[in-house]
Design a protein around this ligand. Structure first.
Ligand SMILES: *Cc1c(COP(=O)(O)O)cnc(C)c1O
Length: 373
């Protein structure tokens, strides 16, 4: 039996018919931009994420760019960026004409390394920093990072594209951030029928700035106070997300069941994982295995391929190593744990409604390669 790395087609019973009716109803009314669905979505996201303001936008990358622009980051400003994240976190900094300084990560949780972060803040006095909560949780030192940033006048943006639905000490991770962002790319925990994103904050003025920038910097119908761009979320997209939110608890429960299966099985096979620090209830976005023996990693990947089991390497390269970073990277601070993680990371299939026999199939292959007989 083959097992995909991710299968986005496992919709709940009734989901697709609700969506079809919605599309028909909204199309008949030509309800395509703005309107009820967008407003309802923003309110529901705010309530779910325990923040007062949510502004939806076209995608998660725009969300980071809007957040950077809204806090006043622009030409020549220094911005710290976690060296292990999706490229878009890094790209966003350059797209707003700022200069990125990469900072190493902590191998125990994949978050930014706090010592390197503090060193970089003191050395470079950056205007802002963008950290990313990857894999479905955030740094064990999240509160210290926030406090240190605040005390040193560094505006902290939290890229929460992968942590939707995860909890920090029983509350939403987004709750106490100055400003955070998320993505509704279909493969994310709350995925759309296309691209989408949002900026979350408790600061009304910041949210208004984000809303303005994502709508051409418009203040009146033909009046523009700033140069922004068009980053509105489509109404149909919002409607799809509103329906999806109804099923989110089931999807999260199913993802977490798969996580529990892996956590109960993989350590016995001698496979090392990065797990969520104890203060988090992870959302089950991603499985993260570490194979520091190159030869073993190559053999396991070959076996997974042979058995038609999908896997990922999230991510195979650090930001500072990308060709596209050349000419933009201002400096790097800290060690090279991001590069170490990149070399050894392997992600096993993890998505909602995986069947037990699929999980067993995956761990059987792992067992065949790792366990010496
Ligand atoms: C997906 C993702 C983004 C970008 O989101 P898009 O909606 O694809 O633009 C940014 N950061 C991280 C960490 C992501 O995983």
């Amino acid at each position: 039996m083959s097992v995909p790395f991710i299968d986005l087609k496992r919709f709940e019973e009734g989901f697709l018919s609700r969506w079809s009716s919605k599309v028909a109803e909204m199309s008949a009314k030509a309800e395509f931009i703005g309107g009820n669905e967008v407003a309802i979505l923003e309110n529901r996201l705010a309530e779910y994420s325990q923040v007062t303001q949510v502004v939806s936008c076209a995608n998660g990358t725009d969300a980071i760019q809007l957040a950077l622009r809204a806090i006043g980051v622009g030409s020549g400003d220094l911005v710290l960026v976690q060296n292990m994240t999706f490229w878009s976190t890094f790209e966003a900094v350059i797209n707003v004409s700022a200069n990125p300084v990469t900072v190493d990560i902590d191998l125990s949780d994949g978050g930014i390394d706090i010592d390197a972060f503090e060193e970089a803040v003191i050395k470079f006095k950056p205007k802002a920093a963008v950290i990313a909560h990857i894999y479905g949780w955030a740094s064990a030192k999240l509160e210290e990072i926030r406090d240190f940033s605040k005390a040193n006048g560094v505006l902290l943006i939290e890229d929460g594209a992968q942590c939707f639905g995860a909890q920090f000490k029983g509350e939403s991770i987004y709750k106490n951030a100055l400003i955070s962002t998320t993505s509704f790319y279909p493969a994310k925990v709350l995925g759309g029928a296309g691209d989408g994103g949002a900026v979350l904050t408790n600061d009304f003025a910041l949210a208004e700035k984000v809303r303005q920038l994502g709508n051409h910097g418009r203040t009146t119908h033909y009046g523009y106070e700033a140069v922004g761009w068009n980053s509105r979320l489509d109404s149909l997209q919002a409607a799809f997300l509103n329906i999806s939110l109804d099923y989110l608890p089931q999807r999260l429960a199913s993802r977490r069941e798969a996580v529990n299966y892996y956590n109960n099985t993989l350590p016995k096979l001698g496979l090392k994982q990065i797990n969520a620090p104890g203060v988090y209830l992870e959302n089950g976005y991603c499985n993260v295995c570490l194979l520091e023996d190159d030869d073993q990693k190559t053999r396991l990947e070959a076996a997974l391929k042979e058995d038609a089991i999908g896997f990922g390497n999230i991510y195979p390269g650090a930001m500072s190593e990308q060709l596209g970073a050349k000419g933009f990277l201002h400096a790097h601070v800290g060690e090279y744990n991001a590069q170490r993680l990149c070399r050894s990371v392997l992600n096993l299939p993890l998505f909602p409604y995986m069947k037990l026999e699929e999980l067993v199939e995956v761990t059987d292959t792992v067992s065949r390669i790792l366990v010496k007989r």
